[in-house]
Design a protein around this ligand. Structure first.
Ligand SMILES: C[S@@+](CC[C@H](N)C(=O)[O-])C[C@H]1O[C@@H](n2cnc3c(N)ncnc32)[C@H](O)[C@@H]1O
Length: 286
């Protein structure tokens, strides 16, 4: 197959206008926008096929941004072979993320850059599963997981709705020895298994489609939705040993109140964390 060329156009605007600028570019037909932070500014990178001339693309962008920024925009352009364009996109679809005090997430193509890191490195391929660490709900879970592992030690952990496997892999890297990860989506489960293998922690994990009926855990992670948390509340609390910890996430602010009330019958709230309108709860079973 013959690969074509693409124009990578980089628009630099004040960081405060990131969301509105990205929306304008998407409306112009850009195939996704990836954002690089640069202090008070952001670089918005977009790709146009070679069939659109640079002059036309610049004209379109300048025209679209007039209402947002009165002064002339700074736009850079670069011609990339298709293959490189795909790689450039991929490189930025999972940024290197230092999370909490001990973890760092990297895409596979960046892992050699972190050989000397004193953090626990999680190598993650996005695949077709949720969980790259960039979403507030996953981020909160990872921060709370560090605390949960400190509190209950390195015993047994259940990750309900593992997605890409990110939380289960993080738990293994933090020292948890026995991890059960459940997932109802078979595609996500396959991605999670691949990621666990790539991180050399697969021997610590059991993957399942459902929560085991009779096992009890020191720690439970459940980044789901408010309605699924409510639906599964009894199963989830039953699965945790007295004194064990629960990290519940995936609730939109407001909807979290019903979940908190339900779980408070069997658990005590240790911490509530809010990020980007998403709420996560760190609780301890009574
Ligand atoms: C928001 S994602 C969380 C992924 C990952 N754990 C993270 O924190 O980024 C929720 C995942 O739970 C799965 N899921 C939804 N309901 C479930 C259930 N009842 N049992 C197991 N998994 C479920 C979904 O398929 C999805 O992969």
């Amino acid at each position: 197959m013959k690969l074509g060329f693409w124009h990578k156009m980089t628009v630099t605007i004040p960081a405060a206008l990131e969301e509105r600028g990205s929306a304008l570019l998407v409306a112009l037909g850009a195939q996704g926008v990836w954002v690089e932070e640069a202090g008070e500014q952001v670089h918005l990178n977009v790709f146009f096929p070679e069939s659109v001339s640079v002059a036309d693309a610049e004209g379109l962008i300048q025209g679209a941004f007039v209402a947002l920024l009165p002064e002339k925009l700074e736009i850079r352009s670069e011609r990339l072979p298709e293959e490189e364009w795909q790689t450039a996109w991929q490189t930025h679809s999972i940024p290197i993320q230092q999370i909490g005090e001990k973890l760092v997430i990297v895409p596979p193509w960046e892992k050699n850059r972190l050989i000397a890191s004193n953090r626990k490195v999680i190598v993650l391929s996005p695949g077709m599963a949720f969980g790259t660490g960039t979403h507030a709900t996953t981020h909160n879970c990872l921060v709370m997981l560090e605390k949960a592992v400190l509190k209950v030690g390195e015993g047994r952990l259940l990750d309900v709705g593992t997605g890409s496997g990110i939380l289960a892999i993080a738990a293994a890297k933090l020292g948890v020895r026995h991890i059960t990860a459940t997932e109802i989506d078979p595609v996500a489960l396959a991605v999670a298994q691949e990621n666990a293998k790539a991180n050399r922690v697969v021997s610590k994990m059991i993957f399942r489609a459902s929560i085991p009926a009779h096992s009890r855990y020191n720690c439970l992670l459940a980044n789901l939705t408010s309605s699924v948390l409510l639906e599964l509340s009894e199963r989830l609390t039953q699965a945790v040993l007295p004194g064990g910890t629960l990290v519940l996430s995936g609730m939109l602010k407001g909807a979290h109140e019903a979940v908190l009330a339900r779980f408070q019958t069997a658990c005590t709230l240790i911490q509530l964390k809010e990020k980007d309108n998403w709420v996560s709860l760190f609780m301890q079973k009574k």
